[in-house]
Write a protein that binds this ligand. Sequence first.
Ligand code: HEC
Length: 146
Amino acid sequence: MIKPLNPRRMARRLPGAGVGAPQPRSVVPPLLVSLLVLGSGDVAADLKEGARIFKDACAECHTLKEGRNKKGPSVYAVVGRKAATIGDYEYSDAIRSSNIVWDDATLDAYLLNPNKVVPGGKMKYEGLKDPEKRRNVIRYLKFFSE
Ligand code: HEC
């Protein structure tokens, strides 16, 4: 009897198979990630804009350095993690019990109106009203989360 071909095994035997296959994130060196991301013009421009907005609107209270808190907690690698999980930062009870996980949607809502998303929280910030600015600053935060 002829055995059915196993496409996975076939692919493994093909010359060059696996090159360019998705790699686990941790294996890709951060520098390579930066090069890939900065390689395409629009993304680079958005990131630059995101960096500018962060500096203007957030840097008074936040850094993107791991473990460096200011008035607010470090927002290094904030995208994808649960709210209020930086160990050595004293969060408000409100954000501690919020059960938020930071992603595009939750960050967008929080940055638009922190006090609405976390009533009684201690981020005393009036909100970033321009959706384009929120998108770019979130993209910038993501860049430091991958
Ligand atoms: C005036 C100071 C201040 C400004 C300006 C500010 N924040 Fe905050 N932020 C805080 C504080 C304080 C907290 C902690 C909130 C709490 O404990 O309720 C916080 C919390 C956060 C969190 C949740 C962090 C976590 O660990 O769950 C994110 C994300 C965040 N800020 C992003 C931003 C971004 C992005 C900007 C700029 C668009 C910004 N913040 C502007 C003070 C500020």
